[in-house]
Design a protein around this ligand. Sequence first.
Ligand code: HEC
Ligand code: HEC
Ligand code: HEC
Ligand code: HEC
Ligand code: HEC
Ligand code: HEC
Ligand code: HEC
Ligand code: HEC
Length: 336
Amino acid sequence: MRRYICIKYILSLLFCSFLLFAQDETGFRLLNPQISSINEERIASFVIEADSQKIDFISITTDANKTFSIEVNEERSHYCKSINLHIGLNSIKVAGYKNALVIKEQSRELFFVSKVDKDFRYPPEGYSKKHFHNQENEKLCIKCHDMSVNEVSGVAFEDITKSNCYGCHKSINKEKHSHAPSVNWLCTSCHNGEVGVFNKADKDRTKYSVPDPIEGVCFSCHKKYKEEWSKKRFHHEPAESGRCNRCHNAHSSLSEFYLKKPSWELCTDCHKDKIEGMHIVKTFGRKAHPTHNVKDPSREGKDLSCTSCHNPHASNAPSLLQSETSMGLCSRCHKK
Ligand code: HEC
Ligand code: HEC
Ligand code: HEC
Ligand code: HEC
Ligand code: HEC
Ligand code: HEC
Ligand code: HEC
Ligand code: HEC
């Protein structure tokens, strides 16, 4: 009797899992992105394997209600689309239709991490970094994409579309200001497969890891700055710890110097208490000194910002002031 119940139990379990499995296969399979993953760049690649017998249409909808529509046809088995993320938690829905009726729906929750804003530095529980470039994943794409590295170290592509990385990652260099090695598709000059003290766990999980801290990679080309900054008396903690990518986007950005945000927003994300500007002139009764939204008299064509007075990397003056001495600072802008 007991054995019978047990078998019955196993059979029903098998049946349920079959149903689940079968349902999961109906119409399409979402090959990428993976479930509850942490993204460090603003792009996620959606790759959908679709069965044109069961669905004729796919939609991808972001939580900002932006929808991308894809028609399914017999000639093609896979459909690929890069989707832009916003900082924080993104919920993106994929739906498969037949004759305008939803056959199957699935969603992906992705956390686009900020290395500056404390509110978005840590993902909710259950999220983790899912690497793509291992043998098993690459096998799924090889039918249509060349997955090998065809870059010659230090030699820019004359025609960037010839880079094997371009087809899948073309959106990465699309912002206004692009960093030379990235826009020339010399991806492996930084993605050298190495890891650092802060990302030891990434070792061998992807062919294309970058070491964290990244400083050694940056200084391999920017030697001049390594020397210049190391001679200074005072150093800014995030730069000194070698984590250049907390402030800089190594690929491309809306801001000059490839900053992850315009400098004032960048600084005040970590230094929220400086938003008021009260720290500059400490006399009772005075208005706060401006720190933005006015022209900078010391830098033509630029607006006043934290970097008008502070060097983001290193300085010989206390508080990382841009002048050699604290005394000289005011006279950079206020001439008698
Ligand atoms: C059946 C062929 C096929 C397979 C298999 C395939 N792709 Fe694609 N993929 C394409 C084609 C063709 C394009 C060019 C854009 C287009 O026509 O949709 C493309 C474009 C892309 C893009 C760029 C999309 C964009 O919006 O810029 C990404 C990312 C991508 N593929 C990722 C993958 C990944 C990852 C895999 C494996 C999991 C994969 N693809 C498997 C055919 C395929
Ligand atoms: C078939 C498409 C495809 C091709 C070709 C491709 N990638 Fe990727 N890559 C992806 C996808 C998908 C991800 C996961 C992140 C995402 O969703 O966009 C990824 C992630 C990465 C990452 C993050 C680490 C990881 O493993 O997740 C790096 C770095 C990277 N790619 C570099 C490269 C470089 C360098 C090349 C060229 C040699 C390349 N990729 C070619 C699809 C591709
Ligand atoms: C100057 C160094 C540098 C170059 C060149 C570079 N990357 Fe990156 N890449 C990084 C760093 C650093 C990160 C980590 C993200 C961060 O902190 O902003 C990263 C992150 C990524 C990610 C996201 C990984 C994730 O976990 O979400 C992808 C995808 C990627 N790079 C692809 C590329 C591709 C493709 C190229 C070539 C066009 C390229 N990178 C060139 C330094 C570089
Ligand atoms: C493969 C060589 C190479 C690597 C690695 C590299 N860079 Fe660059 N970088 C360049 C080149 C080339 C330029 C453009 C020429 C110039 O202005 O020096 C540049 C320009 C810059 C600029 C703009 C400089 C200016 O005065 O406008 C910044 C900021 C920058 N890189 C930051 C970084 C950071 C941060 C890293 C590490 C994540 C890095 N670079 C890694 C080659 C590299
Ligand atoms: C705290 C944020 C922050 C960190 C961390 C940081 N930078 Fe910068 N970086 C900036 C800002 C802001 C600018 C633009 C300065 C300006 O507006 O004059 C800049 C400018 C630069 C420039 C252009 C030349 C210059 O001196 O203005 C280079 C090159 C550069 N950074 C490289 C690096 C490297 C390499 C690292 C890591 C060792 C790094 N940065 C770390 C914020 C940062
Ligand atoms: C990723 C977080 C982060 C960002 C972004 C950041 N800082 Fe800092 N900053 C720190 C930390 C950490 C310290 C050292 C601890 C402290 O004094 O709070 C520091 C210290 C300072 C100091 C005091 C240094 C001293 O010797 O007294 C100044 C000035 C400063 N930052 C200015 C800036 C400016 C200007 C920017 C924008 C370009 C900026 N910070 C962006 C984290 C950050
Ligand atoms: C007009 C020049 C000026 C501007 C603009 C400015 N600061 Fe300062 N900052 C100073 C001076 C001067 C000091 C030294 C004050 C002292 O020692 O009492 C200082 C000190 C600091 C310190 C270290 C001492 C402390 O009070 O913690 C930090 C951090 C700092 N500033 C961050 C910022 C940030 C972030 C911004 C942009 C929102 C900014 N500053 C804009 C002039 C400026
Ligand atoms: C990078 C340029 C810059 C530096 C350095 C700077 N200031 Fe200013 N300051 C400004 C600007 C811009 C204004 C706003 C002027 C306006 O509204 O027309 C201003 C306004 C002021 C005002 C208010 C004056 C008024 O007419 O309302 C005082 C006081 C002042 N600054 C004192 C200082 C002192 C003291 C220092 C040195 C610790 C200093 N500033 C450093 C750019 C600077």
